[in-house]
Write a protein that binds this ligand. Structure first.
Ligand code: ZN
Ligand code: ZN
Length: 176
């Protein structure tokens, strides 16, 4: 789905409010993993022709399905984000000072229409956690049997051997 900006592109001060429900889009990759949209996305934007380009204030909400890094089970990650974008034609981009507002992403659109998913994906990548966890206290998988420790306690021995103690034992053994 595209947003047509031809109407407000014509004159400075042109303004449009956009309220869309976007269908779940294609999954996207980030940090070596895949994020899948779990539901339609509520997309609300106010777009204003500032004369230097079209400035958009966007408020979007929805949910992604992510895979837990510890137990590998998929879970929903609801999001609500606000972000700003600036849509520039190539001619406007040339005139734009290189040091722009840090909150603003510059999307160069030579056609008078933009794909709202493009900026949304970029904005999500910024806020997505570095580590995906289904819950803070996720116990992960048993290193021995592979069982999900959130679901059941297995009978595997989880005694951890401290390698420093092993060295000490060996030394003591030699002294005897
Ligand atoms: Zn987990
Ligand atoms: Zn086990």
């Amino acid at each position: 789905m595209y947003i047509d900006l031809a109407g407000i592109r014509k004159a400075k001060g042109g303004r449009v409010e956009v309220h869309l429900q976007l269908e779940p889009a294609e999954p996207f990759r980030y940090a070596g993993t895949e994020a899948v949209f779990a539901s339609p996305i509520d997309f609300n934007a106010e777009m204003v022709n500032t004369g230097a380009g079209i400035h958009a204030s966007i408020h979007a909400s929805g949910a992604l399905t992510l895979n837990c890094d510890r137990c590998l089970v998929s879970y929903d990650w609801p999001f609500t984000i606000d972000y700003q974008e600036l849509y520039l034609t190539p001619e406007e981009a040339v005139k734009m000072p290189p040091e722009g507002d840090s909150e603003t992403r510059h999307v160069v659109a030579s056609e008078p229409r933009v794909d709202p998913m493009e900026g949304l994906r970029e904005a999500l990548i910024v806020v997505l956690p570095m580590k995906n966890l289904c819950s803070e206290g996720c116990k992960g998988l048993c290193a021995i049997c592979g069982g999900n420790l959130n679901e059941r306690v297995c009978n595997c021995s989880h005694e951890e051997v401290d390698p420093r103690l092993e060295v000490l034992k060996t030394l003591l053994g030699k002294m005897e």
